[in-house]
Design a protein around this ligand. Structure first.
Ligand SMILES: Nc1ncnc2c1ncn2[C@@H]1O[C@H](COP(=O)(O)OP(=O)(O)OP(=O)(O)O)[C@@H](O)[C@H]1O
Ligand SMILES: [Mg+2]
Length: 460
């Protein structure tokens, strides 16, 4: 079991540089982040796999957003996220609905390449969705009382949007795939929790979602969840988690969760490992601030020029690299980039053993248990609601019954069993109904604690 803290001397063997082993020591750099760039087939995914193997060996918790089932084999906790539920408009504790509205509309606009008007329609529709869910003040933080309507209602809300223009059918055509995704469509109040997701080395399987857009959106939503989780958890000197994203280009846009994590996650003890084909996917500020950069072959002149500036070596150096996994590594603690041949994961000692022992069923164990627990919770919640409804009906019947009695003031008290949905406990409730000549004049619902207070008062 991992202890949730990164070994202070974590040292990740990367490969060979000038005949000597080259290691990455995150604690020695200005931040724990690592960015790798390079053209197709240049060795990015292999590098990330090799790093995953080393993190696994060092028992460092990681969260891998896996778009192509490249990293499954390293998982301690395999998260088949498509089997869970995630409400895209979920407002977590401490979040303000209006902030979520802006963030999520931006995410949707980015992945589906929407125009400004279309983004505005989404934004307004989210506001309407919240208001219809009973939220009165969109600027007030969720204190745990927000309960959203199922996500499936969102389509109709977009359709009825007051911004009347031709854009709506076009917009719905663009984003319609969202309404085919069970992860979203089955989401009512309950969404998958991060406790399930972050467990030793967790691999989130995104391959099964229908399109790249949906995969990117799910990944973005999870990172948004993570950011809020970090704010609540608080700052940490110890690095305790790595977030790993191969092919991160789709998730890099101004104000994206990845960008925010790159800027802020260090303070919370979280490092980010990213790979992308084009260095220009990252802003100059991000690259200039990365603790570690590994750059492989880039044949495009523009990209090579960009890298040359960042790593301070001639652009031809990047164009000349012909071997996969051969590249330049720049650590923030050093002045010059070092040429390195990354040692492929297959040539690392423990790899064969990990591959041999991989058992998908077993690695999905924790997640499956969690899915069962969530289902049970949902059923229980539904049962409690059901039985409370029955009690409500009973009260209505009593009211009716009392209204049939003619005569002077009379008071009747009834003991009712109610279920507190939050605490899932049974609560005794006394319903006091008073009537005068068939008219209900008073209806009091007394909860347990009130009953006690009343008793105390009477004793005095
Ligand atoms: N360090 C390495 N040592 C030996 N072979 C390597 C190394 N890195 C990559 N290769 C070989 O090159 C192939 C392509 O590498 P990889 O999949 O890592 O490329 P990539 O940069 O992720 O490309 P893409 O952007 O298309 O995903 C690998 O399947 C492997 O055969
Ligand atoms: Mg790759």
């Amino acid at each position: 079991m991992y202890n949730g803290k990164m070994n202070k001397d974590l040292s990740v063997y990367l490969g060979v540089s000038k005949g000597k082993p080259l290691n990455w020591n995150p604690k020695q750099e200005k931040n724990p982040h690592l960015i790798t760039v390079g053209g197709s087939g240049s060795g990015k995914t292999e590098t990330l796999k090799a790093i995953m193997l080393e993190l696994k060996k060092s028992k460092v918790s990681s969260l891998i957003l896996d778009f192509h089932n490249d990293f499954k084999i390293f998982a301690d906790n395999l998260v088949q996220i498509d089997k869970a539920t995630l409400h895209p408009l979920e407002v977590q504790i401490n979040e303000k609905p209006l902030d979520v509205c802006y963030k999520v509309s931006k995410m949707i606009a980015n992945v589906f390449v929407l125009g400004d008007v279309q983004e505005a329609i989404i934004r307004e529709a989210i506001k309407v969705f919240y208001i219809k869910s009973g939220i009165k003040d969109l600027k007030k933080e969720n204190d745990g009382t927000i309960e959203l309507m199922p996500f499936s209602y969102f389509r109709d809300i977009i359709f009825d949007t007051p911004i009347q223009n031709q854009g709506v059918p076009k917009l719905l055509a663009k984003i319609s795939v969202l309404f085919d995704v069970d992860l979203f469509m089955n989401a009512d109040g309950t969404s998958i929790s991060l406790d399930t997701i972050i467990k030793n080395l967790s691999v989130i399987e995104l391959l099964k979602f229908p399109t790249d857009e949906v995969k990117a959106l799910v990944a973005d939503l999870l990172l948004k969840k993570l950011i809020n989780f970090l704010y609540i958890k608080g700052k940490s000197e110890d690095y305790w988690l790595y977030v790993v994203i191969d092919e991160a280009h789709r998730m890099m846009y101004p104000g994206s969760p990845v960008e925010l994590l790159l800027r802020e996650s260090r303070k919370y003890g979280v490092g980010i490992i990213l790979a992308s084909q084009r260095p220009t996917d990252f802003s100059e500020t991000i690259l200039a601030n990365a603790g570690t950069i590994i750059a492989f072959q880039e044949s495009l002149d523009k990209d090579a020029v960009f890298l040359s500036k960042q790593l301070r070596i001639p652009k031809v150096n990047f164009q000349k690299l012909k071997t996969s996994g051969l590249g330049y590594c720049l650590f923030s603690s050093k002045d010059e980039a070092e040429k390195v041949q990354i040692t492929s994961v297959k040539d690392r000692k423990e790899y064969q053993e990990i591959a041999k022992n991989f058992d998908e069923e077993e690695r999905s164990d924790y997640f499956n248990k969690e899915l069962k627990r969530i289902k049970k919770e949902k059923d229980r919640y539904n049962n409690l609601e059901e039985s409370n409804k029955k009690q409500e009906i009973k009260i209505k019947e009593l009211e009716k019954e009392i209204s049939l009695i003619n005569g002077t003031l009379e008071r009747k008290e009834y003991l009712i069993n109610k279920h507190d949905i939050e605490t899932k406990s049974q609560q005794k409730e006394i319903i006091r109904l008073s009537h005068e000549n068939g008219k209900l004049t008073e209806k009091l619902e007394l909860r347990d604690e009130k009953i006690e207070k009343l008793e105390k008062k009477l004793k005095k």
